[in-house]
Design a binder for this molecule. Structure first.
Ligand code: HSE
Length: 437
């Protein structure tokens, strides 16, 4: 059978990895796919550099030439961003080409429009590489766990922020120094704001929530809080209490709707996922039948991400001749069976909390604070008072609460901050036990 022909947009880290993996493993891949997968045209702004990496494959600087080329069956979009990439993907779909993309921002923001266009055109849009690099989490959620009612997902899905938090905890380095290191090592997005402010994680979480619960992509409703305000003190206090702080993407089905949130989270240090360090990613998925499952691996990098791109290429090669109605739906559920269940605002989310406050060390302080919490029916799970810093009359008090609704803890915090015995603001970090329930 003739090879399937692929046009590659973007010969950067992942593009060059894709070329290498396809070439190195060509015979295994052909045996799996049933026919050869051949890159026949590459587009990149830097034609000379791309040519050096491309072997004999022709290179153009005009990506639109690739998506309009009648000789191409599948377009691999590795350009990133949500402007030109969106035009290119829609154009490719309009021209009847299947698309493989690693572009999480594009799908989180415009997934509904793109999948609808693909549905109308009868083509596949595959995006394994968009979430957690080399970890086949899309495949697991969409196919492997298809018998289950997914209850929740909690994942470390941004390697850069996980690297920063690991460095801060293990080496006691500052946030800024750890970020510089991560950038030098090539982990960070072009704009590191996406990594450290939780936006990249929220893109990935949006996609996982859609395929876990069968809902449209709703990035604008995701609550997103990054790691820039975390201090070494909070990381150390959490550790003393038996917890690690991780930037987690959490999505959960609860009675009132669906939670969709990215924020720093205390998790028990003894959980496997708490021990995922450095740039690695890990995702916990709880299904009603299977229980808790954990997926771990490289969430970024040239060949790990290429591994996901090539897996999608093999899938498309096997599936493209199948009747579109008999393929696995883009969002795992049939498009006319998506649910309009509400995404809950963060004020309605229920979780436990770490609170750190700075108080004057005199009698009655704790009584005043605990009274406020008790009045709002917030129960305290653990409490530590630190020694005052030398020559100072202020002490740090750390409290862990039991689960409560966020609007109640926020109300308590504003009352605590008004107490004359409390100095400055109260630091709040959410806490999840991530046990099997
Ligand atoms: N910048 C991302 C991360 C890599 O740090 O995880 C790819 O999504």
């Amino acid at each position: 059978m003739k090879p399937i022909r692929v046009g590659l947009l973007g010969m950067g880290t992942v593009g060059s990895g894709t070329v290498r993996v396809l070439e190195r493993n060509a015979s295994e891949i052909t045996r799996r796919a049933g026919r050869a997968i051949r890159i026949t045209l590459i587009a990149d702004r830097d034609v000379e550099k791309a040519k050096r990496l491309a072997g004999n494959v022709p290179v153009t600087n005009d990506a639109f030439q690739v998506v309009s080329n009648p000789e191409i069956d599948i377009v691999v979009e590795l350009i990133g961003g949500t402007t030109v990439a969106k035009d290119l993907v829609l154009k490719a779909i309009g021209n009847g080409k299947h698309v493989v993309t690693a572009n999480k921002a594009l799908l989180a923001l415009y997934g509904n429009e793109i999948f609808e266009a693909a549905q109308d055109a009868g083509v596949i849009v595959a995006f394994e590489a968009a979430v957690a690099g080399g970890i086949p989490i899309i495949k697991a959620l969409r196919e492997g766990l298809t018998a289950n009612r997914i209850e929740w997902i909690a994942g470390i899905i941004n390697g850069t922020s996980n690297y920063i938090l690991s460095e801060m905890r293990e080496k006691g380095v500052s946030f800024e120094d750890a970020l510089k290191d991560a950038q030098a090592l090539g982990y960070a997005e072009a704009d590191p704001t996406f990594d450290i402010e939780g936006i990249d994680a929220a893109h990935k979480l949006t996609l996982m929530a859609s395929i876990a619960f069968g809902i449209p992509t709703q990035f604008s409703k995701a609550y997103t809080e990054g790691i820039t305000k975390l201090t070494r003190e909070d990381i150390a206090y959490a550790e003393e209490l038996g917890y690690r702080i991780k930037l987690l993407g959490i999505t959960k089905r609860v009675e009132k709707g669906i939670e969709l949130r990215v924020h720093p989270t205390l998790i028990p240090a003894k959980r496997l996922i708490a021990n995922v360090e450095g740039v690695m990613n890990a995702i916990l998925v709880k299904g009603d039948a299977v229980g808790a499952t954990l997926y771990y691996g490289a969430g970024a990098g040239s060949e790990p991400t290429a591994s996901a791109v090539v897996a999608d290429l093999v899938d498309v090669t096997r599936m493209h001749t199948a009747d579109p109605e008999h393929r696995v739906p883009h969002l795992a559920f049939q498009p006319d069976a998506l649910s309009d269940v509400e995404i809950l605002p963060i004020s309605e989310v229920e979780t436990a909390y770490y609170l750190r406050m700075r108080a004057y060390d005199k009698p009655g302080v704790l009584a005043e604070v605990t009274r406020i919490l008790a009045d709002l029916e917030i129960s305290i799970d653990a409490m530590v008072q630190k020694e005052p810093h030398e020559g100072q009359e202020l002490v740090d008090i750390i409290m862990l609460t039991h689960r409560t609704v966020e609007k109640h803890i926020d109300c308590a915090i504003s009352k605590i901050e008004m107490l004359p015995v409390i100095s400055g603001s109260v630091k709040k970090i959410r806490l999840e036990e991530l046990n099997r329930n």
